[in-house]
Design a protein around this ligand. Structure first.
Ligand SMILES: Cc1cc2nc3c(=O)[nH]c(=O)nc-3n(C[C@H](O)[C@H](O)[C@H](O)COP(=O)(O)O)c2cc1C
Length: 204
């Protein structure tokens, strides 16, 4: 049996809320056989992190929205990845992203777009969320809907600033994060099988 595909969830969380979202993304990845989630905190930029990223089939980037963009700790990781960028070491890997903030809007989109731009600079293939918007998008929607915050680029979550990570983000946002992880895992399997088929076609 071949080794499972590896999907690294490269994330930062200052106070634990985005960390809970990251765990839900990882559970989504692990819900598919043949794929393994590797949860990595980018606060520590060590050889083990870079090695895991080098061998990953996909990288899912995650950051809280701080001051309308990714956190400084995440951005330090993004800038440190410049050494990989110079060699285009992540070229062709899949990428996706998630963010969490206190406001319903809070400029989460700007943080997600910065994750997508990071992936594009590395020549990665971006996997979107792939869900229709829930909740307020129609008058019959509910805050319990999947993708209640209506993101398209990636998974969004909201954590009220007076609630600890044991109580936020909401269950619907965690289910949305789980969906993103499963979607990236499914896409990674499709790409891996596609690569095998392409290799067979060349040798036939
Ligand atoms: C420095 C800082 C800046 C923040 N900026 C925003 C913001 O721009 N928009 C927003 O909605 N919430 C903002 N927040 C709230 C956080 O996004 C929110 O508390 C989030 O749940 C923190 O996630 P974490 O526990 O993973 O760090 C900010 C919090 C901090 C500490």
């Amino acid at each position: 049996m071949s080794a499972p595909l590896s999907i690294v969830i490269a994330h930062h969380s200052g106070y634990g809320h985005t960390g809970r979202q990251a765990v839900a993304v990882a559970a989504g990845v692990d819900s598919l056989p043949g794929v393994r989630a590797d949860l990595r905190d980018v606060t520590t930029l060590d050889d083990s992190l870079w090695a895991a990223l080098e061998t990953a089939d996909a990288i899912i980037f995650g950051s809280p929205t701080y001051m309308g963009s990714t956190s400084a700790v995440f951005q330090r990781f993004a800038e440190a990845s410049g050494r990989v960028w110079a060699e285009q070491g992540w070229q062709g890997k899949l990428a996706a992203g998630f963010t969490n903030s206190a406001g319903i809007n809070g400029n989460k989109d700007n943080a997600l777009l910065s994750l997508a731009v990071l992936a594009a600079q590395h020549g990665m293939t971006w996997v979107s969320l792939g869900l229709l918007p829930g909740w307020a998008y129609t008058s019959t929607g509910s805050p319990d809907d999947l993708n209640r915050l209506g993101g398209f680029v990636g998974a969004m979550a909201q954590s009220s600033s007076d609630l600890g990570p044991d109580r936020a983000p909401t269950d619907s946002d965690l289910r949305t994060a789980h969906h993103l992880g499963a979607r990236v895992a499914r896409t990674a399997l499709q790409f891996a099988h596609g690569r095998e088929a392409a290799a067979l076609a060349v040798t036939a």
